[in-house]
Write a new protein. Structure first.
Length: 167
C-alpha cells in the first residue's frame, strides 16, 4: 500500500512515526528515512534510531532556504534515495518523511519517487510518504491519503517552536 500524510497542519511526521510503531507491533520490519531533516534535529530521531538502528536515517540538510544550498540538498536526497532503494527489499514498510517537501522543491524528482513506487509494489512493500504539497499524480496512486489541517497553532500568537512539540 501507498500511504500519504499531507497538509499544512502539524502531525505528519507524528503520523508516520505512529504508523511505523503500529507496523512493528504487528511484527513487521520497518525502515524510516527523513528527507530535509538533519540528524539530531528532532526528538523522534533519537527514539527511531534506538528502535531501528541502521534502518533509520535522517538524511537531510535542513529545509532549503537559499538557492546556493540546492546542490548539497540534492546530493543528500540522492544518498537517501539510494539507501531507500537498498533497504526496501529487507523491510515490510518503508517510511520516507518529508518526501513531498523534497519533491515540491525539486530536490527529488517525480521519476525518482515513481521508481520507488515501482520497486515497492511488486515486492509487496508498504510505502509511507509525508509532507506538504501533495501532487495530483501521487494522490491518484495512493491507497490512503490523510490531510492534516491547521485549525489553531501557538505560532499564531507568536509562540516559538516548542521542544518536544514541534521538534
Amino acid at each position: 500500500m501507498l500511504l500519504i500524510y499531507t497538509g499544512n497542519g502539524k502531525g505528519k511526521t507524528s503520523a508516520c512515526v505512529g504508523q511505523a510503531i503500529r507496523a512493528m507491533g504487528q511484527g513487521m520490519t520497518v525502515a524510516f528515512g527523513q528527507f530535509m531533516k538533519r540528524h539530531g534535529q528532532a526528538g523522534e530521531q533519537e527514539m527511531l534510531e534506538r528502535l531501528l538502528g541502521e534502518r533509520f536515517r535522517a538524511g537531510g540538510k535542513g529545509f532549503l532556504r537559499r538557492e546556493e544550498d540546492r546542490p548539497a540538498h540534492r546530493k543528500a536526497a540522492q544518498e537517501l534515495l539510494q539507501w531507500a532503494e537498498d533497504t526496501l527489499p529487507q523491510v515490510d514498510m518503508l517510511v520516507l518523511d518529508e518526501t513531498l517537501y523534497a519533491l515540491g522543491y525539486d530536490i527529488v524528482t517525480r521519476d525518482e519517487v515513481e521508481h520507488l513506487l515501482e520497486l515497492a509494489e511488486p515486492q509487496g512493500r508498504h510505502l509511507v510518504l509525508s509532507g506538504r504539497g501533495l501532487p495530483d499524480w501521487l494522490a491518484e496512486r495512493a491507497d490512503l491519503v490523510t490531510e492534516m489541517n491547521e485549525v489553531k497553532h501557538p505560532w499564531q500568537k507568536g509562540v516559538q517552536a516548542t521542544r518536544g512539540i514541534e521538534f
